[in-house]
Each structure stands twice: as structure tokens, then as C-alpha cells.
Design a protein around this ligand. Structure first.
Ligand code: GLC
Length: 438
């Protein structure tokens, strides 16, 4: 798959993002290769883990209760996730069919999960004293799973971070020092991209903290992006700013929405979907990102597979979140869902992995994916098809039509496609897949 950088129209917001820079980012050959591998994966697992896991109230607890950093940070003195085992995490995640893991290296609370020299507020100053990023990176590299790192642009505890619309009441906001904070971030990013082998992506979050400033806030992203690409040209950059992709970014991120949709209401309008860069949608398995003790509202395996199929039908990856417990374990229900997804992926993953969006856009009955001359028709909701025939528009004539790994189906070519006679309706299947050879 070739990715061509299209010229991106500059609106007011992109100006804020990319001031004092050239807009002519040209991804390197390694980067384009990494994009392709990423787009083929289709499934990744997001891990939200930090001190916030200890409070078991989700990752926004500090800000939601306006807890002063001074008090909140005392939790570090007791962080001891005795059951953390990076190999076990990677085993369970790989088994689900996911190709990569994205871990929160430092979330909005400001605590770093690695041995950083840039701040004392890190894992080595807890009783645990084990570099979590190092252990996870080693396990990932050993098992051929790519490691992505989430990195928060905003910080509720550091006084040098110029306060935006969140984190009020958590710190003294009079001591903001952007150049100092910016340097701190870049030094941390340098550590992450120097000491842990190959990093598949840096996943930024927090841009929106300053989206209501009267004078557009300059995050100096182009220089930061250039630093990352200089250190690791293949490292993909994504930014959860809920907008169109900007120069220097390699993937476009959507939060709790499929590309082009805006049901979560994070944007005034659904952001234009990039036609040149891979897409990724992040979503929770239950309701929250960070571990929240009362949140047992897990989606079923069937719902998760449907989500994955619909996401793939849009040509995007699904980054599915798990919030590990303070003990370092992945919650039992999350493990159960990974297992269920893995079982399905082993049987049907070929119709998802390595595919692009199908040419027929999402329908009430389901979605389509494509691999070469094969179009996979995923019927997720058979009840929304009247009768036993499914008419489909096709650009190219169908040579054969059959149930995936199953019986041939009768079909009739029509002037704009094909009319398929569906097989027996079964209520016990998650996704009725039809394979059309063209
Ligand atoms: C939002 C939240 C953050 C979470 C992220 C994941 O930006 O602020 O807590 O990490 O979404 O998509």
C-alpha cells in the first residue's frame, strides 16, 4: 500500500498546531513501511496504568476531585504491583490477535512509568523500583508485538506546565514556564526513544487542554515531531486532538468513534478522514480507560468483534483499552474477552488482518473488508436483511461467492453488482462472512 502525503488545507486550528514550521513533512521509507504494518494489524490493545489505578476511580480522579499534587503523589510511596508480569500481559494480548500494545508511559497525573532522569516522580521512586516500560518493551520485542507509548502533553502536577482548562485545584498555576516544560517533555521523549529499542508509535494526548485559549496555544509540535522522527524514523506519531491530521503526524486517531462519526461529541463536527494515513479508533472494553472498581460494564465478545469488524470496514484499526488493577494484573473479565476475541481471530482473522476498507460502505446489516481480489462481506445483523437475498453493488464482476470456509452460495450477476442467496440463518454465530472472488 502506498501512502502519499497530501497537501493539507490549513485552517485556524492547524495554524495553532503548526506555527513556525514548514508544512512539508515527507515520511521516510521506514516510516511508510511501519504505517503499512500498522494498518495491517487492525487490532491493538491500549493499557491505561499509573498511580491512578491505585485509587480505582479512573484516570481522571485527580482532576475530578481537584486533589493537590502534593497529596496525590504520596500514592507513589505505596505503588507495589506485586503481580505485574510483562510476559503474561504480552502473552494474553498477543493471543487475542492484537499486533501491538499502547501503554500510558505518563498520563495527565504526571507519573512516569519508567526510569526517567527528568523527574523524581517515577516508578524507581516507589517500593516497586522496576522499570515497567523496560520490562514491557523486552517482553514485546521478544514476542514480536510492537510497543506504542501514550504520552500526555498536559500535566496536572507540574508547575511549569501552563495550566489549561483541566487540573484546576491540583497545583499552583502561577509558576508556568513553557520553555522549561517543553524541554522536559523532549528530554523524556528522547529517553523513551533511545533506551527501549524500537518504539512503534508515540500517541499524544492533551492538546485539547488549550483549545479554548483566547490566543492560540503553540505546542511547538513540529519540532517535537521532528525530534521523534530523527530518533526513530519508523516511529509513528499520532495525536488525539480530535481534528484532521497535521503535518508530521503519521496516523489519524479517533476517540470512541469510528472515523467520520461524532457520536462521542469530542468535535464540533466529525473530522475529515485522512485518505493518506492509517486510521485508528480507540475504545474502552468497559466504560473507563483507567481501572475503576465499579465499572463492570464490559462489552461482550460478540460486541467487541462487531466493533472490530465495523472498524476494519472503515479501513481503521481498533485500539481496545484495558485498565490493569493496582496489583499489576489485567482484570479477569478483560482476560476472558481477550481469549474470546483470540478464538474468533484464529478462525476468521484472515478476513480482518491485512485488509483494507471494503468498497461497500457500512450498512445496517454489517460491513465489508477487502484483500486483493477478495471482498469479505460481514453480516453482523442478519435480521436487518429482508428475506434470503442480499443485493450488493460491485465494481467488478463476481467470479465465485461462498460462505467463508464453507459452502458455495448461489448468486446472480445484476447490472450493478450481484444478488446473493444467503445460507441458513444461524443465531449462534457472531459474524456471517461471505467471500466474493472477483
Ligand atoms: C481522553 C482522556 C484520557 C484518555 C484518552 C484515551 O483524552 O483524557 O484520559 O487517556 O482519552 O483516548
Amino acid at each position: 500500500m502506498a501512502f502519499i502525503m497530501l497537501t493539507i488545507s490549513i485552517n485556524a486550528q492547524t495554524t495553532a498546531l503548526s506555527s513556525n514550521s514548514t508544512n512539508d513533512y515527507i515520511p521516510s521509507a521506514e516510516n511508510l513501511k511501519a504505517r503499512e504494518a500498522f494498518a495491517n494489524d487492525k487490532l491493538g490493545i491500549f493499557i491505561h496504568w499509573g498511580l491512578y489505578s491505585m485509587f480505582a476511580q479512573g484516570e481522571w480522579y485527580m482532576q475530578n476531585r481537584a486533589i493537590p499534587h502534593e497529596e496525590y503523589s504520596k500514592a507513589a510511596r505505596a505503588f507495589y504491583p506485586i503481580h505485574f508480569n510483562a510476559d503474561d500481559w504480552v502473552d494474553a494480548i498477543k493471543d487475542s490477535g492484537a499486533g501491538y500494545i499502547c501503554l500510558t508511559s505518563r498520563h495527565h497525573e504526571g507519573f512516569s512509568l519508567w526510569d526517567t532522569k527528568e523527574s523524581d516522580y517515577n516508578i524507581m521512586n516507589t517500593p516497586f523500583k522496576r522499570d515497567i516500560i523496560k520490562e514491557l518493551a523486552d517482553a514485546c520485542h521478544k514476542q514480536n508485538v510492537r510497543l506504542h507509548l501514550y504520552y500526555s502533553h498536559l500535566d496536572w502536577g507540574r508547575e511549569d506546565y501552563p495550566m489549561g482548562r483541566t487540573g484546576h485545584g491540583c497545583k499552583d498555576s502561577t509558576k508556568a514556564d513553557w520553555p522549561h516544560y517543553y524541554k522536559f517533555m523532549n528530554n523524556q521523549l528522547t529517553e523513551l526513544l533511545t533506551n527501549y529499542g524500537s518504539i512503534g508509535a508515540i500517541w499524544f494526548d492533551g492538546w485539547w487542554d488549550h483549545d479554548q485559549d483566547s490566543i492560540p496555544f503553540d505546542w511547538q509540535l513540529p519540532q517535537q515531531y521532528a525530534l521523534i522522527h530523527r530518533l526513530q524514523p519508523a516511529c509513528l506519531i499520532g495525536n488525539n486532538h480530535h481534528m484532521e491530521i497535521n503535518p508530521g503526524e503519521d496516523i489519524q486517531i479517533f476517540e470512541r468513534d469510528l472515523p467520520g462519526e461524532n457520536t462521542a461529541g469530542f468535535v464540533d463536527r466529525a473530522a475529515n478522514v485522512s485518505t493518506s494515513a492509517p486510521l485508528e479508533t480507540c475504545q474502552t472494553m468497559n466504560g473507563m480507560w483507567g481501572y475503576r472498581i465499579v465499572d463492570q460494564n464490559y462489552k461482550s465478545v460478540k460486541e467487541l468483534i462487531h466493533l472490530l469488524v465495523k472498524t476494519s470496514g472503515k479501513g481503521a484499526n481498533l485500539l481496545l483499552n484495558i485498565g490493569p488493577q493496582p496489583s499489576g494484573e489485567l482484570p479477569a473479565t478483560a482476560l476472558d474477552r481477550l481469549k474470546g476475541m483470540g478464538a474468533w481471530m484464529r478462525e476468521f482473522g484472515e478476513t480482518i488482518k491485512g485488509t483494507t476498507a471494503g468498497d461497500i460502505k457500512e450498512q445496517n446489516w454489517g460491513a465489508t473488508t477487502r484483500k486483493g481480489n477478495t471482498l469479505y462481506v460481514h453480516i453482523l445483523n442478519r435480521d436487518s436483511i429482508e428475506g434470503n437475498t442480499l443485493p450488493l453493488p460491485l465494481r467488478q464482476k463476481a467470479k465465485s461467492v461462498k460462505e467463508y470456509k464453507g459452502a458455495k452460495l448461489k448468486f446472480k450477476s445484476t447490472k450493478d453488482g450481484v444478488q446473493i442467496t444467503l445460507g441458513t440463518k444461524r443465531d449462534d454465530i457472531i459474524d456471517y462472512i461471505i467471500e466474493i472472488e472477483q
